[in-house]
Design a protein around this ligand. Structure first.
Ligand SMILES: Cc1cc2nc3c(=O)[nH]c(=O)nc-3n(C[C@H](O)[C@H](O)[C@H](O)COP(=O)(O)OP(=O)(O)OC[C@H]3O[C@@H](n4cnc5c(N)ncnc54)[C@H](O)[C@@H]3O)c2cc1C
Length: 394
């Protein structure tokens, strides 16, 4: 008989909460530890794409995605900064399945958390250290708690406390840009489409909108070059007037939306070079802890969902003895795909910020990019995870 094992997930963001759900759906005992006093997210959107919606559906979240999300359709477009259309946006996989949804981050976290037994979620627990002895891992928290587990998943984001237990510490890489983001009530801009993802591209800047919360809110993101203060602040309240000034003389539709912005959040954009390893014995990483990426493919959360499903599918065939080998198998399956997406996000950022002397070349690349998106969206991590061999841990 297989000896069961217990998994501790550190980090209750989108990646950690989805992984906990996927593990539970595969019959694996799991508990989640989050540093914040309550689970929650910032007031902004996240875009879900078919490669992760496929996995959300498998764990039973299809109806919640439909209810809380806003599906975008064929009217989705890229524009030049002045509003001249460039190309349609790819919203389906190759089979024509449209599962691209704008989602409010708080709604996503809420339904992922609500599906977990309350006793398995421990808020107010900031992980401060990890020890591994024999076949157990011991996690310490700032509040004095110490917890033992058979496996630990570090889903604690770009500043991960657990990453240095896997690979020597390194500094994240600053992109030179910041993102202002927030939402505007649709009733204030009733003519704004609630079924389209729209992006305007200009020199060193780009502006994105998509609907969230079943079309009741329009999410916006304004990407602009950073000054020194912005670089240091990671995330902070932004000045709506500064944001408006960044996009004056662009398509007047942008001004018509930004006019209603009263508060906005500003994020400095960082990523890291792909890590050569994510795993050490009974600890492995997931989501931004393993592979923080720039948001220019909208894939950070989507890839963390793929991670969680791959992990759960592989661990479902493991037992306490083979679990460390299963973590290595998970890492082997995920590392190259995610590294490609990390690199792709950097390249796409150059397109979006129009770092081209000939904008015709940029526009042609944006149009051709649909093929890359289709491949990205076609990916189903489950058959590969099922076929993954768990070989002895070295
Ligand atoms: C401007 C912008 C737009 C984006 N748009 C998209 C998009 O459209 N689509 C998309 O897929 N991705 C998008 N992303 C990326 C996406 O937001 C992230 O990749 C995703 O949220 C990562 O999830 P995560 O759970 O790995 O990490 P996080 O969301 O960072 O969650 C980590 C959790 O761990 C907790 N934590 C941290 N340290 C500790 C500790 N020591 N102990 C306990 N808990 C701890 C944190 O409080 C947090 O709750 C965007 C990012 C940005 C900046």
């Amino acid at each position: 008989m297989k000896s069961p094992f217990e998994v501790v997930v550190v980090g209750g963001g989108i990646g950690g909460l989805f992984a906990a759900n996927a593990l539970m759906a595969h019959g694996i005992q799991v508990s989640t530890y989050e540093q914040a006093p309550a689970l929650g997210e910032i007031g902004a959107g996240v875009f879900l794409t078919p490669n992760s919606v496929r996995q959300l559906e498998r764990v039973g979240f299809g109806p919640a995605v439909e209810k809380w999300g806003s599906r975008v359709g064929a009217e989705s477009r890229y524009f030049r900064h002045d509003g001249a259309p460039i190309a349609p946006v790819q919203v389906t996989d190759s089979s024509g399945w449209n599962a691209t949804f704008g989602m409010h981050r708080a709604d996503l976290v809420e339904f992922l958390a609500r599906a977990l037994p309350a006793k398995t979620i421990h808020t107010g627990h900031r992980c401060t250290g990890l020890e591994q002895h024999g076949n157990k891992a011991r996690i310490s928290f700032a509040n004095g708690a110490v917890v033992e587990a058979d496996l630990v998943i570090g889903a604690d984001g770009i500043h991960s406390e657990l990453r240095p237990y896997v690979f020597p510490p390194s500094r994240p890489i600053f992109s030179g840009s910041v993102a202002y983001r927030g939402t505007v009530a649709h009733e204030l801009i009733p003519n704004w489409p609630t079924n389209a993802w729209l992006m305007w591209l200009g020199k060193g800047k780009h502006f994105l909108t998509f609907p969230v919360r079943a079309g009741r809110l329009i999410n916006y993101v304004g990407f602009v070059p950073a000054d020194e203060e912005m670089r240091e602040s990671w995330s902070a309240p932004g000045d709506p007037d500064v944001l408006r000034r960044e996009f004056t003389s662009w398509d007047p539709r942008i001004e018509s939306l930004l006019r209603h912005v009263q508060t906005t959040l500003r994020w400095a954009l960082y990523d890291r070079e792909p890590l050569p390893t994510w795993t050490r014995n009974r600890l492995s990483l997931l989501g931004d802890a393993a592979h923080p990426m720039l948001p220019h493919l909208g894939q950070g959360a989507n890839q963390s969902i793929e991670d969680g499903m791959a992990l759960a599918t592989i661990l479902a065939r493991a037992d306490r003895e083979t679990a460390p080998a299963a973590l290595l198998a998970y890492e082997r399956l995920r590392r190259e795909r995610v590294a490609q997406v990390q690199r792709g996000a950097r390249e796409n950022g150059l397109r979006y910020d129009s770092a081209y002397s000939d904008l015709g070349v940029r526009d042609a690349e944006i149009t051709a990019h649909a093929a890359f998106r289709k491949r990205l969206y076609d990916h189903d991590v489950v058959p590969e995870a099922r076929a993954t061999a768990i070989t002895a841990a070295q």
